[in-house]
Design a protein around this ligand. Structure first.
Ligand SMILES: Nc1nc2c([nH]c(=O)n2[C@H]2C[C@H](O)[C@@H](COP(=O)(O)OP(=O)(O)OP(=O)(O)O)O2)c(=O)[nH]1
Length: 152
């Protein structure tokens, strides 16, 4: 089991996604983030990942909830803390891991994203807070079921 962060920097009606070049979810568009390191809190982790992957310095983040991913076991395999940010410094730059790209919030490339994102991400980008649980096949090739709670 590992814990990760996912951040969605927002600029007006646009959101920053990355095209992931390597690692888990390579070839997909996603928010910016990665695994939280030992002895690191999630706030430090999300700021570090955004700096490493796209070169933005986050000046503010808002916590938008948690996702749990189950891979045919009773305990979660991956726990992801989700954030948005409207205040950051710098211009997004590509790195070895990621190519950043701004998208209109109502034109996200869901066909090129994780299968679960179309279920929960629109709520987050509309300002809601979420608790999502997603059951996947062991190799993450397919989502089997989900439960989503949405809070104001
Ligand atoms: N949007 C979305 N993101 C997901 C899903 N599953 C999942 O792990 N993620 C995110 C959480 C992390 O931000 C990212 C996976 O972490 P990573 O492998 O990039 O971690 P990392 O940057 O630390 O990479 P590395 O050091 O292991 O190479 O993918 C999902 O179903 N949807």
């Amino acid at each position: 089991m590992w814990t990760a962060t996912l951040c969605y920097p927002m600029r007006g009606s646009e959101v920053l996604l990355i095209y992931k070049r390597r690692g888990f979810g390579a070839g997909k568009y996603n928010g910016v983030g990665g695994k939280i390191e030992p002895n690191e809190d999630m706030w430090t982790g999300v700021k570090r990942e955004v700096k490493e992957e796209v070169g933005l310095e986050l000046l503010q983040v808002t916590y938008k909830g948690v996702l749990e991913f189950y891979a045919e076991e009773d305990v979660p395999d991956i726990i992801v803390h989700v954030f948005t940010s409207t205040r950051f410094r710098g211009d997004p730059k590509p790195s070895e891991e990621a190519i950043p790209q701004w998208f209109k919030i109502d034109k996200l490339p869901f066909d090129l994203m994780w299968e679960d994102d179309k279920i929960w991400l629109p709520h987050v980008l509309a300002g809601k807070t979420i608790y999502g649980r997603f059951w996947f096949k062991k190799d993450y090739s397919k989502m089997l079921s989900y439960k989503l709670d949405v809070y104001q």
